[in-house]
Design a binder for this molecule. Structure first.
Ligand code: ZN
Length: 478
């Protein structure tokens, strides 16, 4: 019997939970609900993602900084008197040992308050802006919903960027720059995504508007993998980020913020993985190439010598490679490296040595090709590009196939009672009552309207049959 017993198509969540544990991405046996170990493979994928994003933050002149985990309770109070924020999910430190603290601290559920408190001390004049700060850190939210590793955690790693600008126009431009940063990053991760403007009632507390990036998964649900908010002057007024303009008058800063988390890892795994394990874009894979010797009695030395020579060659080309000389059978090794998603396997046996080359096997398609020794590096690089392109194509196809239209409530209901609803595009009057009905009856949510495109309604509101104001995208979301 195969060791790969969980079928992605049959039970997506059972498959996902099994794969993230066995591929050593996450171990959730910590006895702390929603707080897991990001294992070496998960951590390294996150590290690669960080490098890609940091490069983009660098070219767009963001500065990385680190702000405290502890947030004075009074800041949370200041925020919550103005906006309905994260209060129900905030964790507090109330004691030092057995002694009660005079002032309790919140553990950051997000860093607006502490950052903006500091910004108010840094910004005096329009010349102090734009201020563009990014922070890599962990976030703590006592989510009362069911936790699922990387999909919904109580503690997770993320990036949050917070900017200040002298005019509302610059804030809008910053929103667009963030969309380029995240969009091109998701493209490099080979992810499908839809960018929507969230409905007013689902806008981030205190924001003018919110934009979200949602990835369709193969089980017909969607996953929010990032958000951007135009905060306008809401927070600046609460935290007094006030500055002098060129003409000498005063104004409050115009702000934006955007964030994404280790959920992106869950999206990559969910979109591309198969019953045998992870399938990773080569530039994200912790290990890019594995050399597996095929040993025959009496030929071990010859194969070992050639494998070592190939190992050096690949190492010198700056690729992340491992030569597995352990005692396990080659079949066992194949399974193991397929499980963790190594994009290319190099097989070297007596036959390959005699023919003066190696066999390369692709993780994603299982395709195997023979290449001569002096063509190995160039062929591996070509394969990496090819795999990346094909994963991008798969992502694009998944997105296209996940979107469908519903003209009537009956059609909408049929889609959400069916197996693979994805994003359903339909007409909506814009009233929260109709959105609530969709939530109640279909367990689905209005994700919003397509950002930057003024789609014209193609019928009446699917719920109340009044005149529709917009074309809404509805999905079941994680
Ligand atoms: Zn309606």
């Amino acid at each position: 019997m195969s060791v790969f017993t969980k079928k992605k198509d049959e039970n997506f969540m059972a498959w996902y939970l099994d794969i993230v544990r066995r591929a050593q991405v996450v171990d959730s046996r910590t006895e702390v609900k929603g707080a897991n170990v990001l294992m070496a493979n998960g951590y390294e994928i996150w590290d690669r993602m960080k490098r890609i994003l940091d490069e983009k933050f660098y070219v767009t002149e963001h500065k990385n900084m680190y702000f405290p985990l502890f947030i004075p309770d009074k800041f949370i109070e200041m925020e919550s008197t103005h906006f309905e924020g994260f209060v129900p999910e905030v964790a507090y430190v109330t004691h030092a040992g057995k002694k009660k603290l005079e002032e309790k601290f919140a553990l950051r559920p997000t860093s607006e308050t502490i950052m903006y408190h500091m910004y108010s001390q840094w910004i005096r004049a329009y010349t102090d802006m734009p201020l563009k700060v990014n922070q890599w850190c962990n976030i703590i939210r006592i989510d009362t919903k069911d936790t699922k590793p990387l999909l919904r955690d109580r503690e997770f790693q993320w990036t949050e960027a917070h900017t200040c600008h002298a005019t509302p126009e610059e804030a809008v431009k910053q929103v667009e720059e963030s969309m380029w940063i995240y969009g091109s990053f998701f493209d490099e991760c080979c992810l499908p995504y839809l960018i929507t403007k969230r409905p007013k009632y689902d806008t981030f507390p205190g924001a003018l508007y919110s934009i979200a990036y949602d990835a369709p998964l193969t089980d017909g649900k969607t996953l929010q993998i990032g958000t951007t908010h135009n905060l306008d002057q809401g927070f600046a007024k609460v935290f007094n980020i006030r500055f002098q303009k060129e003409d000498g008058s005063h104004d409050y800063a115009y702000q934006t913020c955007y964030g994404l988390s280790t959920r992106v890892i869950a999206a990559v795994i969910s979109v591309h993985g198969d019953d045998r394990g992870l399938i990773l874009p080569p530039y994200l894979a912790p290990l890019q190439v594995v050399i597996v010797p095929i040993l025959f009695k009496g030929k071990e030395e010859m194969v070992d010598k050639e494998s070592k020579a190939i190992l050096e060659k690949i190492k010198n080309a700056n690729l992340r490679v491992k030569y597995d000389v352990s005692e396990k059978t080659s079949g066992f090794k194949f399974n193991e490296y397929e499980l963790i998603g190594v994009p290319v396997r190099v097989e070297i046996g007596p036959k390959e040595v005699e023919k003066g080359g190696v066999t390369l096997a692709r993780r994603d398609t299982k395709e195997r090709i023979f290449v001569e020794t002096d063509k190995i590096i160039e062929t591996i690089r070509e394969l990496f590009d090819k795999i990346t392109e094909e994963l991008k194509d798969r992502a694009k196809k998944l997105l296209e196939e996940s979107i469908s239209d519903a003209n009537t409530y009956e059609e909408l209901e049929k889609k959400f009672k069916g197996r693979n609803p994805g994003f359903v595009r339909t007409n909506w009057c814009g009233d929260v009552e109709c959105a609530d009905l969709i939530k109640e009856k279909l367990k689905a949510e209005i994700r919003g309207t397509l950002y930057g495109e003024d789609e014209k309604p193609f019928g009446l509101c699917v719920i109340c049959t009044e005149e529709a104001q917009e074309v809404a995208y509805i999905s079941k979301a994680y």
